[in-house]
Write a protein that binds this ligand. Sequence first.
Ligand code: GLP
Length: 240
Amino acid sequence: MAEVIIVTSADDAGSLVADEIVSLVAAKPNAVLGLATGSTPLPVYRALASRRDEMDLSGVSGFALDEYVGLPASHPESYRSVITREVVEPLGLDPERVHVPNGALDTIEHAGADYEEAIIAAGGIDLQILGIGTDGHIGFNEPGSSFASRTRVKTLTKQTRRDNARFFASEDEVPMHCITQGLGTIQRARHLVLLAFGAGKARAVAGAVEGPISATLPGSALQLHERATVIVDEAAAADL
Ligand code: GLP
């Protein structure tokens, strides 16, 4: 059962998670953070950036959850670019220590296995930040994803491409495929912190926290984790 914390604003959620990360890094200077993209984790990154002077982040590593396949890493909406812009630069992380799955087509066959190896070599993820899609996806593990899955290529659903079209000129420009940590990969992180804000996430949050544990709502895998924290605003908590 996940611990649920209801906050009054996304900024409050950001401060809470930043507190947790500041303590983690103080206790473990080579901590490994699991980084999420999307709009939800931005308050966390902002709160952390404002506390940059309190931490020595030089030994901290990061692993992003996912990436589009076939979108050049240099594209402003590739998750490599997003993580660089929103996390690496504002926090002053060592770019060599921040990993994003490689969505390049020429190496895609072994990109999943390579990523799994890199996570293991870093000692595993200490704290994984998660958002949730309106259909309950975490990372890009769409409904139907295996709970045992590892980093691999998946096809994006129509709904997710529609949701993410706001980052592109049109829905047609949203890539069809992605490479994402699997639900099994995410489950191995030592602490999961899922954030969700706004009424549009209420159904997904209720399913993740209280719904049946089912591949039809990938976020429900959180209920199987021994240390999962769900931080939501009142609108996202409305169906709990
Ligand atoms: C994308 C990402 C997910 C993210 C989700 C929700 O699909 N791959 O990791 O959780 O969007 O995005 P947002 O936080 O913008 O609502």
